[in-house]
Design a protein around this ligand. Sequence first.
Ligand code: ATP
Length: 334
Amino acid sequence: RVRVLTGITTSGTPHLGNYVGAIRPAVEASRVDDVESFFFLADYHALIKVQEPARVQRSTLEIAAAWLACGLEPDKVWFYRQSDIPEIPELTWLLTCVAGKGLLNRAHAYKAAVDRNRVEQLDDDAGITAGLFMYPVLMAADILLFNAHRVPVGRDQVQHIEMARDFGQRFNHLYGEHFTLPEAAVEEHVATLPGLDGRKMSKSYDNTIPLFAPREQLKKLIFAIKTDSRAPGEKKDTQESALFQLYQAFASASEVDAMRQAYADGIAWGDAKAMVFERIDQEVAPMRERYDGLMANPAHIEALLRDGAQRLRAAHATPLLAQLREAVGLRDLS
Ligand code: ATP
């Protein structure tokens, strides 16, 4: 079976972008028979960006509840919290020792941070942690530990999958064929949703529309999306419209056509927003009810996660690490 791996960083409340870009397609794919799905809560990754323990903890619960509310079936897929698998940081170190530093210097997230420092005329590495620098190695461990074949990612993440291949290949070359090399699956048809400020919707930008905001709050946030100053009756541009992009991610082809026509006919922004709100709420409402139920019972979620990690360690992580420890010349722990 094809192994597909998807993680969400526990850095905040899950939002419509996470749903459209990761949760919805991953849950759909997991229903296909020849797919073995790995869904995880990337809490080690969260520490790179968030130093608020309560936020990480809360986010872990929220993202787990969101996966479940959206239809993930915990007895049919692997569902776990990254930090429940000690083999992940252990593998991270083994990979660190074969990872080229020069390659990591070129990682997008690190380069972007350096570029920001240069704009502000600071030292290149000012305020940049080794955690941010090493992030592609941790991500490679997430993937290689389970020999995942396919990792659905946005275009900006393709480079990290290439790095995982590179580290895996070097390891295989030095120590024998232990890793399957993963492929990035760029989901061309999956949209990247803009946030309230027009940048990519992202937990770290605080520009998100929470996936399970209560109905009234969802409405308020959708009405807060920036639009231009064209008056009712004036033709609206779909190309530059965050509102239109959001609608497209939820509506059927014929609904999108109708909205495009409404834009051409000069629909008032308030009316367009009301339509977008109703359409999204229609899809989200039944899941929101399940989500609220799940959030009321954190012990149930905790038990599911622990059980998932335990089974996954026994089936994959622990035996693979034993094999790798032996391959590199470390002591046998058994
Ligand atoms: P952070 O700011 O902590 O990186 P994030 O909200 O940007 O958080 P991640 O947790 O890094 O998102 O990503 C989880 C998944 O959600 C990834 O598959 C990513 O492609 C997807 N995703 C995140 N933001 C969006 C968005 N705006 N539109 C579509 N997909 C998104």
